[in-house]
Ligand binder design. Structure first.
Ligand code: CO
Length: 295
């Protein structure tokens, strides 16, 4: 890997780890989800990083893709099982990491350990030439050894400049693929464990969007927001909260942009049987000596 690019990955990875750990310290009973997320995003900017995607908070049976709206009243409650997923970039080179925290209880420590052990096992076996089917098998075996299921339709993903999902998927179950790991690959590995159905389905609003294609729009306000999104995000996800800074009618204008296919919205992903879900994620760089964790 080009040393200059590697430096940028190391910097984004370091800020990602700091933001994740800082965020974890803020998640407490009664804390506002909006406030926690805003503090983490401010922290990232203060450290000299840019935000790769809105800070994701996924509670209980939600596995991924939720961020609060600009006026969200949601608070953390005792017993919540919270996935905190943070992404930072430096010049488009992304660090992506997640942890799971229980709010005030210790009911789900085994479920959390199942996903974090699975991540350790996957990282341990990563080196150039390794078949991704074997990685998926190892993740699946680790999680099932705890008596839980991996989520079979969520995967890890390769990263490239300004690309959050750059083509390679890292399965969390044994799944036929000829895909292998190569030197220089940057991979976000993220096993999800659950006591539910082991599969997620999309539900309504995540408040997270991504730019698709510039469209001819009649409304000047929609046109303006489309422009801002295109220039500022370079294809990376964004939230309604950020758009609210540009227009107080953010919800309505975003709806318009979705219906015109200028942008798309991610649905909230929940376990199909409403099981509890844990997630652990690191970003690694593949070298000839194995996987180097940058987050
Ligand atoms: Co992530």
């Amino acid at each position: 890997m080009d040393p200059e690019i590697e430096e940028k990955y190391k910097k984004s990875g370091k800020i990602t780890a700091q933001a994740r750990d800082y965020g974890a310290s803020l998640i407490k009973e009664g804390a506002s989800v909006l406030e926690v997320v805003s503090k983490i995003e401010d922290f990232i900017l203060k450290k000299g990083g840019r935000i790769a995607f809105p800070v994701n908070i996924a509670i209980d049976d939600v596995a991924a893709h939720f961020t609060p709206t600009h006026n969200d009243k949601l608070v953390f409650e005792q017993g919540n099982l919270v996935k905190l997923d943070v992404g930072v970039h430096v010049d488009g080179y992304i660090g992506d990491s997640a942890i799971t925290i229980e709010v005030g209880t210790r009911n789900w420590q085994d479920l959390i350990k199942a996903s974090s052990d699975a991540l350790d096992v996957a990282i341990e076996m990563m080196k150039p030439g390794v078949n991704l089917m074997l990685v998926g098998r190892a993740i699946e075996q680790t999680i099932t050894s705890y008596g839980f299921k991996p989520i079979n339709n969520l995967t890890g993903h390769s990263l490239e400049q300004y690309k959050l999902h750059a083509g390679i998927s890292i399965p969390n179950v044994e799944e036929f693929t000829k895909g292998t790991v190569k030197e220089g690959d940057v991979l976000a590995i993220e096993p999800f464990s659950t006591n539910g159905g082991g599969r997620v389905k999309g539900f309504k609003k995540s408040n997270i969007y991504r730019f698709l294609k510039e469209q001819e729009l009649k409304s000047a306000e929609a046109q303006r927001l489309q422009r801002v999104i295109k220039v500022n995000r370079k294809g990376l996800p964004f939230s309604e909260r950020w758009c609210y800074r540009y227009t107080k009618k953010s919800t309505k204008v975003l709806q318009k942009l979705v219906s015109e296919r200028a942008i798309t919205m991610y649905p909230i992903l929940k376990d199909v049987k409403n099981g509890m879900v844990a997630q652990t994620e690191h970003t690694v760089i593949i070298t000839n000596d194995g996987a180097k964790i940058i987050t």
